[in-house]
Design a protein around this ligand. Sequence first.
Ligand code: VAH
Length: 317
Amino acid sequence: MKKILVLGSGGQIGSELTVKLREVYGNSNVVATDLDVSRLTAQIKEDGPCLSCDATKAEQIAAIVKEHKIDAIYNLVAILSATAEKNPMLGWDVGMGALINCLEVSREYKAALFTPSSIGAFGPNTPLNGTPQDTIQRPQTIYGVTKVAGELLSDYYFKRFGVDTRSVRFPGLISYVALPGGGTTDYAVDIYYAAVKGEKFECPLAKGTLLDMMYMPDAIDAAIKIMEADPAKLIHRNSFNVTAMHFDPEEIYAEIRKHKPSFEMVYKHDPLKQQIADSWPNWMDDSAARQEWGFKPEYDLAKMTVDMLDKLSLKLK
Ligand code: VAH
């Protein structure tokens, strides 16, 4: 059975991806790591191997890959868009430092490597509606620059050294397990928490701000499915557009009010997040992912809203 290393198991994606990987490959075959292991959920700590790992230090990754005979690395280490914009060098050092280390270790130990990209890899002169798989990418955030650089480096390592690198451009991810941190799309998570807590929600993005979004279960399935895909069928590798829905604040607000009619939202503009969101696609064309490796999300806004409200009602009671 494959041995998997997850870098960033304490983050929004890692908290759920690690659990699902253990279901697929077996608890003892998935090594969960984070810079701060106290961030790991109790379930992840109990179910399988957990280690501290600073992904900006190549020797720490290499030691784990060697000792555990790792076949595939999921590199989830990044500083998200809005936070990185406040500290660009941190965003660059963490995002690119972790990636180049993973690429070199993968090359040396012949491990496959998954590193998520993002809609943040596009910029204001990218076609915003039906954003093509192959199109101009001139992002204006340091997060976006690291994602484009990451896509190019990952493709380079595949072509130059045969490293099995694969990636998807995630939209905004919505989940109830671990809170996101410092993302432009985080409002789409925070709004559900406010609704369940009975609080008025202050939306940082303006009415009409369309963004691609995905429920975390679909993101987790996509991350695993692409790594299990037949390499002979992959025309692209780094990185596939994937999306499940797109909406603006009014649409998610209206969907929640179907279940919580008294829920209130007001707008409290965040200029930085608005500027970032305005430079990202309204919605992407993800036909390449669907054709080359069978990407097929299960959740739309209505189905996600029912599940988010149910799960948060249990979590927050
Ligand atoms: C962010 N949630 O907002 C992340 C993501 C597509 C957005 O990369 O930075």
